[in-house]
Design a protein around this ligand. Structure first.
Ligand code: MGD
Ligand code: MGD
Ligand code: SF4
Ligand code: MO
Length: 724
């Protein structure tokens, strides 16, 4: 027996911890963290240890292409060959393109952090369709748009551990990011001060020197009041601001409208705490800002991100040791998001201009946006109504849109009405259940990739052969391309590679490195370089940080952040609580792992975290089930009560993504247990990014009788481990 250890990278979530895969002969026996990596330094979580090996040979694994037989959502599929699947799919694409034009074909992936984003975007572009859907309108859309507008980097990266003051806004790294959590704890141990801004007493808030708990969605007032204090008390880094920022007068004028007393009325945070936070952050340098998902997917998300980002600009906490770093990339390396913008891979402007969303949200979907992605809720509406034009086909890979888009009922209806719906997945989900074709997808241990992770170029190594007939996203895209080309349907030759390895070699071609070089240790580190702005300036029209954004002003928006009341401020009185969705749990990744024993042992039900007094008023005890409804949601969903002081009496909190693989299809419990069925996709939009308010909605909570809960009592495809 031979044993070996293969250095690789975990990509079960976007953090990309360096991993060691322990093999005995051809068998994978264990996966652990790699302490040698300067990015993750051995950090590794329960998902990294268990998910890849569990998914690889899971009984639910899809091994062959499946074609729907019978009616859509009926749960009947038959095995077909790849050849048959590709031929029929491309025939039907051809029919749709001839009838409605190529823009009627849309493609959806989770995000831009995986190569499937590139594969999907370019597959659409060879057809001539700009309708590329990423989940990031729900994820970091507001934060990334703010970064594009202001030139201010959103994250400190590895600098976190040397910061002397860390301000965490709407982020819970103990649940969501073990690397940031490890680095924050290291900084704190070395004496750094910690300010946490979160309506919920999260684990990191419990460690804070100052915890500020604004009412959800009101953070912008708090940030403007901190700005006011810093400017009034002359605590800014005047030299940096004078040389590297524009728009200080406009920002000063706006901040003057938000003295701490005013902000206190809006946010509920004591004025003294706001003053103390401003002083602490401005005077304890270097300082770093960790902006999280808590301020994203909100109806004022871009201004909120801008208002906090301005604080690091005012204090000069940018691109210096211990501050927010400007990502430098690796010389010559082509990272995934670069392909989206690279002129060599772009369609003609007239094709690009047809993207759904560009007219309303140019900063999300237009040429200067972060990800050139369409406005997903508008695409769903286009599928339903044919406006602004018909969208008749969707290819979805690596995304579970029924379970992760708000407004689940509309998503299901839209998918049901399509002429063609193709998915690529390693298992059946409430999304793949509605497909015409389910293509078998490889999982982490069967794939290879290279990407930037922190200060490293990191590699994923394929350590085992693909199971059954599973293929990688690139291989699927390439096979579809060949078939489309043979049928005369390729309008633009923008997907030039013939294997996934060719794509990787292309990414590396100007680095002087080969894939094997990176695989040797699993990563190659690149030394930190600071203050790149001194030679390159900032990536804005003025070349400086724009405290008042030129692009916003030119597009008719207010150039500086302003407060806008969240939608819950104006609802019927029965909706008396604010629901924070998407609270992360270490053993889950959005909608994934619901059929993994290691995960279900610790996360078996969608939780409703509720304060003792709010629970008592509703007659709720720990372990009860409660219905949750929102003013504009299409349905109500059932969540399991967990009484905790971490939420205030005015707020409740839950996770996301729930479904039960063992329950009957097509929704497998998602319509009953997944919060996306209780919240709408709009109409409360961030006016700049088009992100929908899916984090903080008004809601009503009532006790549920278990007999009311249809999916539990309904037909089940297996043992229901539910209400334990
Ligand atoms: N285990 C695990 N880790 C994950 C993921 C996962 O599914 N599971 N998903 C990954 C992905 S894609 C993402 S985007 C990240 C998200 O992870 P984070 O960026 O940490 O964001 P969340 O956990 O969604 O929310 C963080 C905090 O925001 C607070 N919050 C809610 N509303 C507001 C508000 O109005 N203002 C403020 N200031 N705070 C608010 C919540 O109470 C919560 O504590 O996690 C990543 N990591
Ligand atoms: N209400 C509410 N909604 C939210 C959020 C919230 O906080 N509140 N958070 C939002 C955020 S931040 C995000 S990022 C999204 C996440 O939304 P999704 O990306 O839809 O979430 P996942 O459950 O991670 O779905 C990934 C799917 O891809 C499959 N998959 C995993 N790995 C691979 C792979 O390598 N290749 C392929 N082809 N498939 C793979 C999995 O089996 C799974 O079905 O949800 C968003 N939705
Ligand atoms: S945090 Fe966990 S799941 Fe994410 S990359 Fe690291 S080990 Fe993998
Ligand atoms: Mo996300």
């Amino acid at each position: 027996m031979t044993t070996k250890v293969i250095p690789s990278t975990c990509k079960e979530c976007y953090i990309g911890c360096a991993s060691l895969i322990h093999m005995q002969d051809e068998k994978i026996v264990r996966i652990s963290g790699n302490p040698a990596s300067p990015h993750s330094k051995g950090a590794f979580c329960v998902k990294g240890m268990n998910a890849a090996t569990t998914a690889l040979d899971h009984a639910d694994r899809i091994l062959y292409p499946l074609k729907r037989v019978g009616e859509r959502g009926g749960g009947k599929f038959e095995r077909v060959s790849w050849g048959e699947a590709l031929a029929d799919i491309t025939d039907r694409i051809g029919g749709i393109v001839r009838k409605h034009g190529s823009k009627a074909i849309a493609g959806a992936v989770s995000n831009q952090f995986y190569d499937r984003g590139v594969a999907m975007a370019l597959l659409l572009r060879i057809l001539g369709s700009p309708n590329y859907m990423i989940n990031q309108d729900l994820c970091q859309g507001c934060r990334s748009t703010a970064g594009v507008l202001s030139g201010i980097p959103g994250l400190p990266g590895e600098e976190l551990k040397t910061a002397r003051c860390i301000m965490v806004v709407g982020k819970s790294p103990s649940d969501s990011n073990i690397v940031e959590w490890m680095n924050t704890k290291a900084a704190k141990q070395a004496g750094a001060k910690l300010i946490v801004i979160d309506p919920r007493l999260s684990t990191i808030a419990q460690q804070a020197d100052l915890w500020l708990a604004p009412k959800p969605g009101t953070d912008v007032a708090l940030a403007l009041a901190m700005t006011h204090v810093i400017l009034e008390e002359s605590l800014a880094d005047d030299e940096f601001v004078g040389e590297w920022c524009v728009g200080i007068d406009e920002l000063r004028e706006r901040a003057a409208r938000f003295p701490p007393s005013t902000a206190s009325k809006i946010t509920g945070v004591p004025a003294d705490d706001i003053v103390a936070a401003a002083r602490l952050f401005a005077t304890t340098r270097p300082g770093a800002l960790l902006l999280g998902h808590g301020i994203d997917a909100q109806a004022n998300g871009v201004y909120t991100a801008l208002a906090f980002s301005n604080l690091i600009a005012l204090t000069g906490n940018i691109d210096r040791p211990g501050t927010n770093r400007i990502p430098k990339g690796v010389p010559g390396f082509r990272e995934y998001n670069g392909f989206i913008h690279d002129p060599a891979f772009r369609m003609p402007a007239e094709n690009e201009a047809e993207i759904i969303g560009a007219a309303t949200y140019p900063f999300w979907s237009g040429p200067e946006s972060w990800g050139r992605a369409c406005h997903n809720p508008s695409v769903i509406q286009a599928m339903l109504t044919g406006e602004p034009y018909p969208v008749r086909a969707l290819y979805a890979s690596g995304v579970n849109i029924v379970c992760t888009y708000p407004g689940m009922q509309d998503t299901i209806k839209a998918l049901n009405g399509l002429d063609l719906f193709v998915t690529a997945s390693d298992q059946m989900t409430p999304t793949t259940e509605l497909a015409d074709y389910v293509l078998p997808k490889t999982t982490l241990l069967e794939e290879e990739a290279v990407f930037i992770e922190g200060s490293c170029l990191a590699a994923i190594q394929a350590v085992t052969a693909p199971r059954g007939e599973a293929r990688t996203d690139f291989e699927i895209a390439i096979a579809l391309r060949d078939e489309l080309r043979a049928k005369g349907l390729v309008a633009f030759e923008l997907l030039p590679w013939n294997t996934r390895r060719e794509f990787i070699d292309y990414q590396l071609k100007d680095t002087g490195l080969s894939f094997d070089d990176i695989c040797e240790k699993g990563f190659i580190a690149f030394p930190a370089a600071y203050e790149s702005y001194k030679t390159k300036g900032f990536n804005t029209p003025s070349g400086k940080i724009e405290l008042a954004s030129t692009k916003l002003r030119d597009a008719g928006y207010d150039a500086v952040p302003d407060f806008r009341a969240p939608s819950y401020a104006d609802v019927a009185p029965e909706f008396d609580l604010v629901l924070m969705t998407g609270i992360r749990t270490m053993a889950l990744h959005h909608s994934r792992f619901r059929n993994h024993d290691w995960s279900r042992r610790v996360a078996n039900a969608p939780e409703l975290r509720i304060n003792p007094s709010a629970a008592e008023r509703r007659g709720l005890a720990n372990g009860d089930w409660a219905w949750i409804e929102t003013p504009k949601g299409a349905g109500r969903v059932c969540l399991k009560v967990r009484i905790t002081e971490e939420v205030s009496p005015e707020t409740v909190a839950t996770g996301m993504g729930w479904w039960y693989p063992e329950l009957a299809g097509p929704d497998r419990g998602a319509l009953t247990f997944n919060v996306e069925a209780a919240i709408p996709y709009g109409p409360y939009w961030d006016p700049i990014s088009g992100s929908s308010e899916s984090r903080n909605c008004a809601c009503k909570v009532t006790k549920a009788d278990l007999a009311d809960v249809p999916a539990i009592n309904g037909e089940s495809r297996g043992p229901v481990a539910l209400p334990a």
